[in-house]
Design a protein around this ligand. Structure first.
Ligand SMILES: Nc1ncnc2c1ncn2[C@@H]1O[C@H](COP(=O)(O)OP(=O)(O)OP(=O)(O)O)[C@@H](O)[C@H]1O
Ligand SMILES: Nc1ncnc2c1ncn2[C@@H]1O[C@H](COP(=O)(O)OP(=O)(O)OP(=O)(O)O)[C@@H](O)[C@H]1O
Lengths: 220, 220
């Protein structure tokens, strides 16, 4: 069970806090606005939330910062506030600091302060939405556990025109083809033995990380 | 080659526009602030950007809206502005509208207006950052394109003990079960009709975002 500090309970921060808490970890939510603190308590998103201005180092000192595994600074619209809080946390030797940045320059400042991970929510979601719109959301290799991963892979040329049965993808490469993404955007799910593979197909596969790696190396 | 209209060139909108453009499509970026328009032109993120207040239907009329495959409304901090623009686009029969919402109520209003896809960037990124922090490797809903997503979902209690054939997951919920993650960490891939479902199973499913959302609501 881990212990997290989330400073700033806006849309981003409250969602970080909520998911950490839902997964059984201890979360302390902090905001300098009483209304935000009350709202997260009323909605029962997390168990512990207090009002505190974290730009004030004396305030932060009261928080027994050593016990936290990580702190999230979720203050966007005040670069000054975000940077002061991050600097304070760094001063107090907090293990791991994640901060959201509202602009590239804001992010650069946080980097120079030694913040471990910087997040640009609006920019990252903008890119992701554009890719979804274009049907470009290929699932990069995702580890389901430390054995199996799923991944979406371009069909190696040599299989174009073959049926599922004719390929060696299962016998040789030990990969399960969960679905085939056709170039029209259509999906052929749990394809049968006689489903044929086409030139611009992408295969949604399940297998070990190693088998996926070997398959990617085929004709590339 | 597609043609996209992006209204609102803040961090989210400018990134949507930029990725669409980088992928070879035509993009018209619109913002009512001259400074935002100039900035996106100076940075060469897209080729075409104009200043226009899109809450004014007469302004929008000048834009030959029929030629766009989709429009993205990327206005966050003014619910009135976002909603008026979305309503105007709907009136003019724009094919497909994607809009970002700054709150659940804002999102509900956009839904009632008939907006096709609603995005909550800060909330979604907050959840994603929390899961990264926890190294959680259940595949959260991943949009493969703007129709289909895959997701790993806890088995609703009512299905425990049923066979695949006995459940209504396909017939009622229109979800394809690509694989079942058993509590041992073992996977049952492309499960057959007589595979039985067990209490702590997680289902790797493929379906529309809406069907996945409805399924998540079963017995929770
Ligand atoms: N010095 C501070 N100490 C504690 N909390 C703060 C401080 N400054 C700002 N906050 C809180 O952080 C929260 C998020 O900040 P803000 O609204 O500026 O960022 P945002 O990026 O717009 O938020 P969102 O996550 O909703 O996108 C607010 O609820 C605000 O009250
Ligand atoms: N009626 C309108 N017509 C055109 N553009 C508009 C209109 N209203 C707002 N905008 C523009 O939309 C952009 C984004 O809006 P705003 O800054 O309110 O949202 P935001 O959600 O905070 O943005 P971000 O994407 O940076 O998170 C701004 O550049 C703004 O000038």
């Amino acid at each position: 069970k881990q212990n997290f500090l989330v400073i700033g309970l806006g849309r981003f921060g409250s969602n970080v806090a909520k998911v950490l808490y839902e997964n059984g970890h201890d979360v302390l939510g902090v905001d300098n606005e009483a209304s935000e603190v009350q709202s997260i308590i009323d909605q029962k998103l997390i168990a512990d939330a207090i009002q505190l201005d974290c730009t004030d180092a004396n305030n932060l000192k009261k928080l027994d910062l050593d016990k936290f595994d990580a702190a999230v600074v979720a203050i966007g619209s005040s670069i000054e506030g975000s940077v002061l809080v991050a600097a304070n946390l760094k001063e107090f030797g907090v293990n791991k600091i994640i901060a959201k940045a509202s602009s590239t320059m804001h992010g650069k400042i946080l980097e120079r302060l030694g913040v471990d991970t910087i997040v640009y929510p609006e920019a990252e979601m903008g890119r992701s939405v554009a890719r979804q719109l274009l049907g470009l959301n290929f699932l990069e290799e995702f580890a389901l556990n430390d054995n199996f991963s799923i991944a979406e892979l371009a069909l190696p040329k040599k299989y174009a025109g073959q049926t599922m049965l004719e390929t060696d993808i299962r016998s040789e490469h030990h990969l399960n083809i969960l679905a085939i993404r056709r170039s029209g955007g259509h999906f052929s799910v749990s394809p049968s033995a006689n489903t044929s593979l086409q030139k611009d197909d992408y295969l949604l596969v399940l297998g070990t990380g190693e088998d996926i790696g070997n398959f990617k190396a085929v004709d590339s």
